[in-house]
Design a protein. Structure first.
Length: 426
């Protein structure tokens, strides 16, 4: 689970193409932003200094760490715990030179999906699912989440528990906060890690993880551990580092508490009727059914539930209907590529094949090109949000609105250089 670097997006639609703000999927997408804003506002109970949280610190690393103490004290951390952690803490080598962008946002979705759906990962996932079928059954029964979704997340996050990271979490989080990149978040995570240590949930030597500060098999940030980690059998603190059963229970608990609906698939590959006009974006499954949309395998769509059209590689590639559960997966990692890869890997682990439509070759826009696209869409009244160079749901919907207004068909919401050129020419 990585801290998202995807900024909240908004979109201002012309009246005739504006989706229903009360549509459950739009609300699910919004809730991820609301939860994230709440987390930032609280900054772990509002205890992190705003002065420390703005930009790279001009203080020495030692002094920067020492000045975290007042916030830690207000959070209830004992002085001996803080001093033990702070003593001799040094910056994590190499972190300051690491790219700040995540791959899910910088490569084409077909390429990212291909990097995830490797024969080895699929085969390994099936083996792990078979080996841990009892724990998966318990987690599914308790939380309503399919076992293949749980295993797929673990497969992507840590290669099924093999690659959990060996970096000292305190060293990593302090270095990231000191560097000034999302300092407020990493400072609050540092205090959350102190809370884990003080609670006796894990020892100092066990608090290891990635260079992003994510820990254990599910790659939980410390705050996520405190909120979602769950022991499979109870009676002890959740051990997401060594216990695959606890990791399974924790992922399932995260998804359920994030709004998972047991009666909905996260993604359905869809087949559109001939001469479809691409006007609709957000409808209920029942409405999609009435329009003649079916599953790509010929089966009927679910009877009800909010669903949105999604063309991750444009109209020439696979067409999906994504549900509220897709947005739940995005709360684990705020990336469409990640959420889609989780669902497609889960399908393969379960012995099903999706998508059936081959992926076309796609050349992604650069970050600067996406920013230009967002500015042009905003100038024309279609987009209202951060000019962050990241293509998410709101950017797709803004593109779709422009395509409908201008008669640029198919209106698939897909960003291309041709679309960018058309907007620049107007």
């Amino acid at each position: 689970m990585y801290l998202s670097n995807k900024m909240a997006e908004g979109v201002n639609f012309p009246k005739k193409t504006q989706p229903d703000k009360n549509h459950p999927l739009a609300q699910a997408h919004s809730s991820a932003r609301v939860n994230r804003r709440k987390f930032l506002a609280l900054a772990l109970y509002g205890l992190v200094s705003r002065a420390q949280a703005n930009g790279a610190s001009t203080k020495s690393f030692k002094d920067f760490v020492a000045e975290i103490w007042p916030a830690a004290q207000q959070a209830g951390i004992a002085k001996p715990i803080f001093d033990t952690v702070a003593a001799g803490l040094t910056p994590e080598p190499g972190i300051l030179n690491k790219p700040q962008s995540q791959a899910e946002f910088t490569i084409a979705i077909p390429a990212y999906v291909a990097s995830v759906l490797t024969p080895t990962r699929i085969s390994r996932g099936r083996g792990v699912a078979s080996e841990l079928d009892g724990a998966l059954a318990r987690a599914s029964q308790r939380h309503g989440v399919p076992g293949e979704i749980i295993i797929a997340i673990l497969g992507i996050e840590s290669n099924y528990g093999v690659s959990t990271g060996s970096a000292d979490i305190f060293r990593v989080l302090a270095t990231l906060a000191w560097s000034g990149h999302r300092s407020e978040i990493f400072l609050s995570e540092f205090i959350a890690a102190l809370t884990i240590l003080q609670n006796g949930d894990a020892s100092r030597s066990e608090l290891r993880g990635s260079w992003a500060g994510a820990m254990g098999q599910p790659q939980f940030m410390p705050s996520a551990y405190l909120k979602y980690a769950e022991s499979n059998e109870g009676g002890h603190a959740p051990d997401i580092w060594r216990s695959r059963e606890d990791a399974i229970a924790s992922v399932a608990n995260f998804l359920e508490k994030s709004g998972w609906r047991a009666d909905l698939p996260a993604v359905v590959e869809a087949r559109l009727p001939e001469n479809y006009d691409y006007a609709a974006i957000d409808l209920d499954f029942s409405q999609w059914r009435s329009l003649g949309v079916t599953q790509a395998n010929g089966e009927s769509l679910p009877k009800s539930g909010a669903a949105s059209l999604y063309f991750p590689a444009g109209a020439l590639g696979p067409c999906f209907l994504i549900s509220e559960n897709f947005e739940v997966i995005r709360k684990y990692n705020m990336s469409d590529a990640y959420a889609l890869s989780v669902t497609l890997l889960a399908e393969r682990i379960a012995g099903r094949s999706m998508p059936t439509t081959p992926w076309p070759r796609v050349t992604p826009l650069s970050t600067n090109e996406v920013k230009s696209l967002q500015h042009l869409l905003a100038e024309r009244g279609y987009y209202r949000g951060a000019f962050d160079g990241k293509l998410g749901r709101s950017s797709r919907n803004a593109i779709h609105a422009a395509q409908i207004d201008q008669g640029w068909l198919p209106a698939d919401g897909f960003a291309t250089r041709a679309l960018l050129a058309k907007l620049r020419a107007r």
